[in-house]
Design a binder for this molecule. Structure first.
Ligand code: BES
Ligand code: ZN
Ligand code: ZN
Length: 476
C-alpha cells in the first residue's frame, strides 16, 4: 500500500466516531441507536447500505482515546479494507480532535502500515492485498504530513526487517546470514565490519568463543557505524544479543523450550532494524552497533556445565549453566565496545531470561541499568511509541549473587541463591561496561509472540526498534 496525501475524497471514505460524542453524520447516529455500530474502540463497520463507499471506525470514549488506540484502530481498519477488497481509500485528518495533525498522522500511518505485515515466504499461497492506496486529506499541513509518511514508513520498515530476520528459521539465519543482513545496510551509508573466528580469537573474546565452540557455524563479530553528526563526538552504542540458535547446549532445553529459539537473535535484529531507519532518515546522531553472533549447540567440543572460562575483560566465569549463554556473548561485546569505542552510553538489547517473562509477561520489556535517569529516558521513549518497558531494581545484594567462589563471576546461580533471574543477568552484564552509563533491555517476553496481539503479529514483533529510534533521534 502506498500512503499519499490528497485534497479531496478518494475511493472508500473513512469516518471515525467516538462512543460518547454525537456524530455530525446522521447515519452513524442511527447505527449507534440500533446498536449496530457504537463507535467502540477498534470497531469497524463498512456501510454497504450507503450510496457512496464508506467505512466507519470506532475510537471508543473520547477522553480515554490514546495514540496507541489510533494505531490499533487504523491497523484494524487496514485489515478490514483488504477483507472488503477495497483498493483505494481516504481519510480527512481534520476528523481527529484533541491531537495535532502531526501526532494523528504519525499514529494513523503506523497503524495502516502495521496491517500489512506477513511472513509468507514459506507458504505456497501468498496473501493477496487489495488495498493499493490510502490517501490522507491534509489541508494546510501537506508538507509536514508527507514528511511524516516518509519517516514512519521507514521506521516500520526497520520493524518489519527485524521481524523477518527473527522469523527466519535458524537453518538459514546463521551467524553468516545475519552478518550479510547487516552488510546490506552499506547501501544506505552504514559502515559495516565483520570479523570471523581468527579475528575474534585475536581480540581475546574467550567467553564469546566458549559459547560458539559446539557449533559448526563460524561465529561472527558484526560492527556497524552510523555517523550522522560528524561535528559531534557524542556516540550511543547498541549491543544486540545474536544467538541465531539457542539449544541450551549441554544444559539442553526441552523441545517446547527450544522450538522458537531461532528468535534468540531478536536483540541483534532490532539493532539492524534501527540502523536501517537511522540511515534512511539520515538522523543526525552518531551510533555504533555490535553483535556477537553465534549458535549455542552440543557437540564433543562444546563447553560444559561446570567449566570455568575466561573473557576479553580477563574476568573468569564459572558456567553454572551452558543455557545462560547470552550473557557470555554480551560480556565480550559490551567490553569490546566500552574499551575500543568509548561511547557516551550503551544500550544492550537481549532475549536474555525466561525470568523476565515470569516478572512482566509478554507485554513489558524489563530494564536493568547503572543509571536511573538514562533508564527512565528509555522507558519514556518506549511509552511514547507504544512499547512499554519497566526499570527493575539493581543493588549490591543482586551484585553479590553473581560473584563466584572459585571464579570471579557465575553465569548462573547454582543451589540456594535463586530467583530474581532477570536482575542477576543484568548484574552480571554490569561487570563488563567499564562504568559507562548503560541500559540493559531484556526482550525475552516482548520480541516474540506465540499469538497475534493488537497490531503485533504472531512470531517476531520487532520490539524495541521504535523505542531505540525514538530515543536516539530525540535525545538532547
Ligand atoms: N534465550 C534464553 C532466554 C529465553 C527464554 C528467551 C524464553 C526467550 C524465551 C536464555 O539464553 C536462557 O536460556 N536463559 C536461561 C538462564 C538460566 C539458565 C540462568 C533461562 O532463562 O532459563
Ligand atoms: Zn540459553
Ligand atoms: Zn539464549
Amino acid at each position: 500500500m502506498k500512503i499519499t496525501t490528497v485534497t479531496g475524497k478518494l475511493g472508500t471514505f473513512v469516518e471515525v466516531a467516538y462512543e460518547d460524542v454525537k456524530s455530525s453524520n446522521k447515519k452513524i447516529e442511527d447505527l449507534k441507536k440500533k446498536k449496530v455500530f457504537e463507535g467502540k474502540k477498534g470497531q469497524v463497520f463498512p456501510n454497504v447500505f450507503s450510496d457512496e463507499s464508506v467505512i466507519y471506525l470506532g475510537l471508543g470514549k473520547k477522553a480515554e482515546s490514546s495514540l496507541e488506540d489510533l494505531r490499533l484502530g487504523f491497523c484494524k481498519l487496514g485489515a478490514e479494507l483488504n477483507k472488503s477488497k477495497v483498493d483505494k481509500a481516504s481519510f480527512d485528518l481534520g476528523q481527529i480532535k484533541g491531537l495535532t495533525v502531526e501526532e494523528a498522522a504519525e499514529a494513523i500511518v503506523e497503524g495502516l502500515l502495521q496491517s500489512e505485515y506477513s511472513f509468507d515466504k514459506f507458504l505456497s499461497e501468498k496473501k493477496e492485498r487489495s488495498l493499493k492506496e490510502f490517501a490522507l486529506i491534509t489541508k494546510d499541513k501537506d508538507k509536514e504530513v508527507k514528511a511524516i509518511i516518509k519517516e514512519v514508513t521507514s521506521v516500520i520498515g526497520g520493524v518489519f526487517l527485524a521481524r523477518d530476520l527473527v522469523n527466519e528459521p535458524a537453518m538459514y539465519m546463521t551467524p553468516t546470514a545475519l552478518a550479510n543482513a547487516a552488510k546490506e545496510l552499506e547501501k544506505l551509508g552504514v559502515e559495516v565490519e565483520v570479523h570471523g573466528q581468527k579475528e575474534i580469537e585475536k581480540l581475546g573474546m574467550k567467553a564469546f568463543l566458549a559459547v560458539a565452540k559446539g557449533s559448526e557455524q563460524e561465529p561472527k563479530l558484526i560492527i556497524m557505524k552510523w555517523n550522522g553528526d560528524k561535528r559531534s563526538k557524542d556516540k550511543t552504542a547498541l549491543v544486540g544479543k545474536g544467538l541465531t540458535y539457542d539449544s541450551g547446549g549441554y544444559g539442553i532445553k526441552s523441545t517446547g523450550g527450544m522450538v522458537d529459539m531461532h528468535s534468540d537473535m531478536a536483540g541483534s535484529a532490532s539493532v539492524i532494524g534501527v540502523f536501517k531507519a537511522l540511515a534512511e532518515n539520515k538522523v543526525k546522531k552518531n551510533v555504533v552497533g555490535i553483535i556477537a553472533a553465534c549458535e549455542n549447540m552440543i557437540s564433543g567440543g562444546a563447553y560444559k556445565n561446570g567449566d570455568i572460562i575466561s573473557s576479553m575483560a580477563g574476568k573468569s566465569i564459572h558456567i553454572g549453566s551452558t543455557d545462560a549463554e547470552g550473557r557470555l556473548t554480551l560480556a565480550d561485546a559490551l567490553y569490546y565496545i566500552a574499551t575500543k569505542e568509548k561511547p557516551n552510553r550503551i544500550i544492550d538489547i537481549a532475549t536474555l531470561t525466561g525470568a523476565v517473562i515470569g516478572a512482566l509477561g509478554g507485554i513489558t520489556t524489563g530494564i536493568v541499568s547503572n543509571d536511573d535517569d538514562f533508564a527512565y529516558d528509555v522507558v519514556r521513549a518506549g511509552n511514547e511509541v507504544g512499547e512499554p518497558a519497566w526499570l527493575l531494581p539493581l543493588n549490591d545484594k543482586y551484585r553479590d549473587m553473581v560473584k563466584g567462589t572459585f571464579s570471579d563471576l557465575l553465569n548462573s546461580q547454582v543451589g540456594s541463591a535463586k530467583g530474581g533471574g532477570a536482575i542477576t543477568a543484568g548484574a552480571f552484564l554490569e561487570n563488563f561496561v567499564e562504568d559507562t552509563p548503560w541500559v540493559h533491555m531484556d526482550i525475552a517476553g516482548t520480541s516474540y509472540n506465540s499469538a497475534a496481539e493488537g497490531y503485533l503479529p504472531k512470531g517476531g514483533t520487532g520490539v524495541p526498534v521504535k523505542t531505540l529510534y525514538h530515543y536516539i533521534k530525540t535525545r538532547k
